[in-house]
Design a protein around this ligand. Structure first.
Ligand code: ATP
Ligand code: MG
Length: 645
């Protein structure tokens, strides 16, 4: 698509090909050498004419993209072009209807045939058009008056034209609309003439149904083909005036299903190269699951979503077991909370939600649900319990709260100071049958893990993005820490209504244990009611398949992203997601950032793309991070130097 008139110069095409050459990395080095040699030659003019001749020859002998992509032969006929064995025909649009509907191009874009569509948009000068319209309006008015004077029946077509012209003048004068010239060409390809005719008929009827009429560009097939190559060369020059609104309906990036008029960009639809734009909160629930092998781009995709969602005011919480989100958090000015034995941040698992919605705020309800959550947590900390220990633990939790004056009858228990883990250990050690549990839990109060979970909370959640980093915790502490962090966030989330995402990266940590998996599932199931979308990221399909909560977590997520899979995981995944064989092979053969995107029951193959700026913020590739750090240091140094001067 072009934005401005493009001169018909082959110069442009050359620039483009050079750009492709550079993208492909072809002969870049060789050219560098040549360029420096040339520069040298201009400086000291050392080269003899014969040497210059040699250099020229050398340049001609370099491999060019053109050599690779050019067809070996081309035959130009009256109504078709034959490129190698492929037949091509270019159609141009010669009639547009008075009304176009949004997204009218989507059926054509999604039509299963090989084709190139190009659109040329040339801005027109408003001043000249206004002048012309004024004259036209005057003419039409006088025609109408003459008809009236002669007593002839009024002409509705003329009146409609006058009305249209007047409306357009108003809009142009107010600057609401602008005038453009718009041309659209479609080149279709097929293996033989018969198929070509069939595709042509199909395209013609698809567009014809909307009164967009096309014709083949007879005797101009070569020009037509060139006009649809990505060269920005309009060699047909068949355009029609159009103002902004109808022109906007020709926006070509529209998948039948996954292009919304609001939301964020998730990636490129690999079926038809259109954009996947939509809003998670429009789905029945805003939860998502992301599955892929290590390094396939799971965190990358989610970080992109985070950056783009932050711009629309969504709050984001992240549980980050691999320290992958720190750079992003720093860039967007978020709060970064490292949880480790050395860090000063503390979260008390006994916290109660401060304010909560009416139905859950009944006396006793808050405490009861907190006790259930804590029960799950302590089972995670203690390992397996006997049925009698289970009962003792349950009672001990309530007794611990009672020590602080919090009972099932207390109103607004969240406003009182909660107990800490030491209190529970005290209660357990004085309860018959609780001594063993008390001893085990002492590891967290006076033993090697002391300090982390047995103090009052000192973490505040007053930022749009908050990342909890738990990488520095020992392996076996991670599920416990994730559980505690999620519970802490869940308490805060329930306290006030806001559009939020909660990202749980490396969720297999939680899926390994039944209690933590159950907790995660409970949270996901209820998230919708609190305007929360939970994203679970995992590389381990096995853990999801083996956990009784794996499948329900997936069914409770309306959005699913599957990226590259390993051959061992793909069979499980196929069963879990009911993938077709085609989709299975697509996942096996995907490269980084490619995969399948399911929103509700709509599937597309997607390519996740980031802008260079986004890429620099979210990459986890060591070499890219190092390069970004160097660039930042240099920038800081430059700013400092400038300030000095
Ligand atoms: N869509 C993409 N476009 C370009 N580069 C990408 C894309 N996705 C991933 N990458 C590159 O691959 C690297 C690894 O991706 P990412 O960190 O998302 O892997 P991961 O799937 O989260 O792996 P792990 O499970 O090990 O955490 C990224 O840092 C980035 O450099
Ligand atoms: Mg990751």
């Amino acid at each position: 698509m072009s934005q401005s008139p493009i001169p018909h110069s082959a110069q442009k095409a050359n620039i483009f090909l050079v750009a492709i050459d550079e993208l492909l990395g072809l002969q870049a080095q060789a050219e560098d050498t040549l360029r420096s040699a040339k520069a040298q030659s201009e400086q000291d003019r050392d080269f003899t004419p014969s040497e210059r001749q040699m250099l020229k020859k050398y340049e001609e002998g370099l491999q060019k993209t053109l050599d690779i992509i050019a067809p070996s032969g081309m035959e130009i006929k009256r109504d078709e072009l034959i490129l190698n064995d492929l037949h091509a025909r270019t159609l141009f649009v010669y009639n547009w209807p008075n009304f176009t509907f949004p997204n009218w191009l989507s059926e054509t874009v999604n039509f299963d045939a090989q084709m190139e569509i190009s659109q040329f948009i040339y801005p027109s000068s408003n001043a000249a058009i206004m002048k012309m319209l004024r004259r036209k309006v005057a003419e039409m008015r006088s025609s109408i008056r003459m008809l009236e004077q002669r007593g002839i029946v009024r002409d509705p077509a003329l009146e409609a034209a006058l009305q249209d012209a007047e409306e357009l003048r108003d809009l142009l004068a107010r600057g609401r609309e602008k005038l453009f010239e718009f041309g659209m060409y479609i080149t279709i390809f097929a293996e033989d003439l018969l198929k070509l005719k069939k595709v042509q008929t199909n395209i013609e009827s698809l567009l014809g149904g909307k009164l967009i009429l096309t014709k083949p560009a007879m005797f101009q097939m070569e020009h037509g083909w060139i006009s649809t190559l990505p060269l920005c060369l309009d060699e047909l020059e068949i355009s029609r005036n159009m103002n902004t609104s109808p022109l906007a309906t020709s926006f070509p990036f529209s998948s039948a299903d996954l292009t919304d008029d609001h939301g964020i960009l998730y990636g490129i639809n690999r079926h038809n190269d259109s954009l996947v734009i939509f809003d998670r909160f429009d789905l029945p629930n805003a939860n998502a699951t992301v599955f892929a092998t290590s390094g396939a781009g799971k965190s990358f995709a989610v970080k992109l979503e985070i950056i783009r969602s932050l711009m629309f005011g969504t709050d984001v919480f992240v549980v980050d077991p691999e320290n992958e989100y720190s750079e992003l958090c720093k860039t967007v000015g978020g709060t970064y909370i490292p949880l480790s034995l050395q860090s000063a941040f503390r979260i008390n698992p006994f916290d109660l939600p401060k304010a909560i919605r009416a139905e859950e705020a009944a006396p006793g309800e808050v405490l009861r649900s907190a006790a259930i959550t804590l029960h799950g947590l302590f089972k995670l900390m203690l390992g397996t319990l006997t049925p009698s220990e289970d009962g003792v633990l349950d009672k001990a939790i309530l007794d611990t709260y009672a020590l602080k004056g919090i009972t099932l009858q207390t109103e607004n228990p969240g406003t009182l100071e909660p107990p800490v883990l030491n209190d529970l250990v005290d209660v357990l050690s004085t309860t018959q049958g609780g001594e063993h549990m008390a001893q085990t839990l002492q590891k967290f109060t006076v033993g090697s893990y002391a300090g982390l979970f047995n103090q009052l909370t000192n973490v505040e959640l007053d930022n749009q993005m908050i990342v909890f980093q738990i990488r520095d915790l020992e392996e076996q502490l991670r599920p416990i820490a994730m559980y505690i962090v999620l519970n802490f966030l869940w308490n805060r989330i329930r306290a006030d209504f806001k559009k939020r995402f909660l990202v749980v990266d490396e969720a297999w940590n939680l899926m390994q244990h039944e209690d933590s998996a159950r907790f995660l599932y409970g949270l996901i199931k209820r998230a919708r009611k609190y305007w929360l979308g939970v994203t679970t990221i995992t590389q381990d399909v096995e853990d999801f398949v083996n956990s009784p909560y794996g499948k329900p977590i997936i069914t409770n997520a309306s959005l699913q992203v599957l990226l590259k899979q390993s051959p061992t995981a793909v069979d499980n995944l196929q069963k879990l997601f009911y993938l077709t064989d085609g989709e299975k092979y697509l996942l096996l053969n995907s490269s980084v950032g490619q995969g399948l995107f399911f929103a509700g029951n709509r599937h597309v193959a997607i390519q996740i793309v980031a802008s260079p700026k986004e890429q620099a913020i979210i990459t986890t590739k060591p070499e890219e991070i190092a390069a970004a750090a160097t660039a930042r240091r240099e920038e800081e140094k430059r700013v400092k130097d400038e300030m000095k001067d």
